[in-house]
Design a protein around this ligand. Structure first.
Ligand code: HSE
Length: 401
């Protein structure tokens, strides 16, 4: 029997216990022995719940228990998760985590400690919830030079944008709806400003390029400026708008960003609706592949955490090689990469737009007046901004159309 401890008995923590109980026999068969949750760290008590017998409020009870071989960190946030995880690894305990903030910020150091101690620090659930993406990039796609990753990495904002597109609803109304349904938190900043997606694309970019990526270097734009009118135009273009975390490699430069992108409806990512996530990966030999599924939620996320626990249980005395170099990858400035933009400016400016931008594609939306909307050809953001100086800009959204 292998004893494990769970740090945090919230949604994912209780999900981990549920998955381990539900699939107990098949997991025991696959590992070769049973896995038992022996302690659970939480500030709260759970009177009336059988888990109470395992609850401790003192992390030292777990750290100093030599029978516990695997620590599952599902608390979220950098502290105290970082301190706890580091202490566990230094004590020779494997760690499985769903915590993207921890992995994006401290992953390089924690991976190195794990390697030095011949144990594992695994984090499949930190990106895409239940969707396999960390292991595929690390393992199945290890023969590939990955040139592109484009992901719908945040379920909350995908739900909101889907509602705005399908129902013609305004941003504030869909935010309230998402909060009522429990998809968005009372403080939705991390989701709607793109910070959550930023950490996730930092992790994927680091894995694909085997180098630490500082999420602070990733230009990040959320969805707060997307309006019902933008969605109307998108529809007129047979397109939709998605919040994307992307990285792109070209001429030995790596670009990464988080931004809303207007996609043609025929693009595989355009059909990813509601709280679902999808990650589109391009490899130089493989071509395109897409990973799709539940990017959040109790059991789906817990399933990915338990997969890491199983891998660790099967490799108690071996580091399985997840790593990236601690040397920071210097990202190239995304604004220097030519992209298309969907632009709205005030007034009837078709003639001026033509003289500045050439023969662009104009678009009209029902019931929208006193403005000019168009899709540029490929252009660098700095050139776009120069050209837009003589217009009253309403919005400019990256477009793949
Ligand atoms: N807030 C996140 C999302 C949860 O909406 O995708 C999963 O990381």
């Amino acid at each position: 029997m292998i004893k494990i401890a769970v740090l945090g008995y919230g949604t994912v923590g209780s999900g981990v216990v549920h998955v381990l109980e539900t699939n107990k026999d098949l997991i025991a068969k696959r590992v070769g022995q049973e896995i038992e949750v022996s302690k659970v760290l939480d500030l709260r008590d759970f009177e009336g719940d059988p888990i109470q017998a395992k609850i401790t409020h003192n992390y030292d009870d777990i750290l100093n228990d030599d029978e516990i071989k695997i620590v599952v960190e599902v608390m979220g946030g950098v502290e105290p998760a970082y301190t706890f995880v580091k202490q566990a690894l230094l004590k020779g305990k494997h760690v499985a985590t769903s915590n993207k903030a921890l992995v994006a910020d401290k992953g390089s150091e924690l991976l190195k400690i794990a390697k030095d101690n011949n144990i594992n620090f695994l984090f499949e659930a930190s990106v895409g919830g239940g969707i396999p993406i960390i292991r595929p990039i690390f393992s199945s796609l290890t023969a590939e030079d990955i040139t592109d990753i484009k992901g719908i990495l945040n379920g909350t904002t995908n739900y909101m944008l889907t509602k705005m597109g399908e129902e013609g609803a305004e941003y504030d109304d869909v935010l309230k709806d998402a909060q009522n349904k429990g998809y968005a938190e009372a403080d939705p900043t991390a989701d709607v400003e793109g910070y959550d997606a930023c950490r996730k694309i930092a992790i994927l970019t680091a894995l694909a390029n085997e180098q630490f990526v500082d999420f602070n270097d990733i230009k990040t734009e959320g969805i707060t400026k997307i309006s019902k009118t933008d969605m109307k135009y998108a529809d007129a273009l047979n397109a939709t708008i998605k919040l994307i975390g992307a990285s792109h490699k070209e001429n030995d430069k790596v670009y990464a960003y988080v931004a809303p992108i207007l996609f043609e409806k025929s693009h595989p990512l355009a059909g990813v609706s509601d709280v679902f996530n999808a990650i589109f990966v391009k490899g130089n030999m493989l071509g395109d592949a897409m990973f799709y599924g539940q990017g959040a939620g109790k059991d789906a996320t817990a399933s990915a955490v338990v997969a890491d626990i199983i891998d660790e249980a099967r490799n108690l005395d071996a580091n399985i090689g997840y790593s990236w170099s601690e040397d920071k990858l210097e990202l190239a400035d995304i604004d220097t990469l030519p992209m298309k933009y969907f632009v709205r400016v005030k007034g009837d400016k078709e003639a001026d737009v033509k003289s500045s931008f050439g023969d662009v594609r104009f678009v009209k939306a029902d019931g929208v007046a006193d403005e000019t909307a168009f899709v540029t050809d490929l252009i660098k953001a700095s050139e776009l901004n120069d050209k837009l100086n003589s217009f009253e800009l309403i919005t400019a959204i990256k477009a793949e159309i």
